[in-house]
Design a protein around this ligand. Sequence first.
Ligand SMILES: Cc1cc2nc3c(=O)[nH]c(=O)nc-3n(C[C@H](O)[C@H](O)[C@H](O)COP(=O)(O)OP(=O)(O)OC[C@H]3O[C@@H](n4cnc5c(N)ncnc54)[C@H](O)[C@@H]3O)c2cc1C
Length: 392
Amino acid sequence: MERTQVGIVGAGPAGLLLAHLLYTEGIDAVVLEARSREYVENRVRAGVCEHTTVGLLRDLGLADRLDREGLPHGGFSLRFDRADHRIDLAGLTGKSITVYGQQEIVKDLIAARLATGRGIEFEAADVALHDLETETPRITWTDAGGTARELRCDVIAGCDGFHGVSRPSIPAGVLTAYDHTYPFAWLGVLARTAPSSEELIYARHERGFALHSMRSPELARLYLQVDPTERLDNWSDARIWDELATRFSVDGDFTLREGALVEKSITPMRSFVVEPMRYGRLFLAGDSAHIVPPTGAKGMNLAVADVRRLGPALVALLRKNDSRPLDCYSEQCLRRVWRAEHFSYFMTTMLHRAPNADPFTDRLQHSQLRYTVSSAAAATSLAENYVGLPFD
Ligand SMILES: Cc1cc2nc3c(=O)[nH]c(=O)nc-3n(C[C@H](O)[C@H](O)[C@H](O)COP(=O)(O)OP(=O)(O)OC[C@H]3O[C@@H](n4cnc5c(N)ncnc54)[C@H](O)[C@@H]3O)c2cc1C
């Protein structure tokens, strides 16, 4: 049987960053990942990094490429009723966000991990967690070569996302789940073209929400609100561009730049939290414990925020035998999680059009949008949540 201090399940942003934090403190960890390196390095997902996320990556010496290639943004536009209203993030909060693809962060973190000489067990199959209520939990899996493996740990970090094995390994009745589904999904595309605007545009249109974002000066990232039952086959490239042009229409100068679509996906929208984020010696971090609809750009940032607490708490346990920070881990994380849940819900319900929305809801949405762009207090509240609230 192999032995490590922390067994980390999942090589997404949460698992990889935790491995690095622990390495810098001399704590040994093994990272198991179900997919291949190529797959995780090319999985297109989030792209907005809060200033707190950027700060942490810089502090850890992991932001060289992010600082070179990331796009700092001091504001974004709320577009409704054919007009743009800029939310001046930098002016209202003194902080900004950085647009840098999640897959780029994953690439940087994998490179940093491999540079330490500690690897990642990619293509780990049949991962199973055992003895979680003891001080020596175990992980079993079948490695890429087909060999059955077993790892004894002091602690397991469940960083394996919403569909991972960690959360379902916790016995029934331990966790309380809070779940909310929305009557829409996002059709996301990556287009090989220069972005049509320097800043993000969150557009609320009678036909539904649309988001204009980017990943680099040559790659635009665009989203359309669609029905959750929608199928990609129904969306030809031409239909996607037509619908985007309609929803981004505005009085004034704006041309939607088109380009080859290199990625298309449909992501359902959901809010989900489990409490507590712990069972015995298993600690959940990131999407394994909570997910948000992407409208507030919080998912990846919350995963980073969890790990920012989990890393030092594990160090306290494993170096000083002090379990107090770990005992507070779930409660402290959940405060930030619920704030982000509320913000994501607020952005989602303000900007999307529910199918068969009644005129009352419609009027409320317009009232909220007009208030947000005309009141400094309301705009500041939105901006401070968007750039990332400070840590306690
Ligand atoms: C399809 C999708 C699209 C998204 N799009 C956006 C977006 O456009 N904007 C935005 O702000 N946010 C988006 N998000 C949210 C954001 O990407 C996540 O919040 C973020 O990835 C969370 O990081 P994580 O490390 O917790 O989990 P993940 O990034 O999901 O990483 C978990 C890792 O665990 C691995 N894993 C799963 N099961 C096992 C197992 N049994 N054994 C070993 N490894 C396992 C997975 O392969 C994965 O690599 C999206 C999320 C998804 C799922």
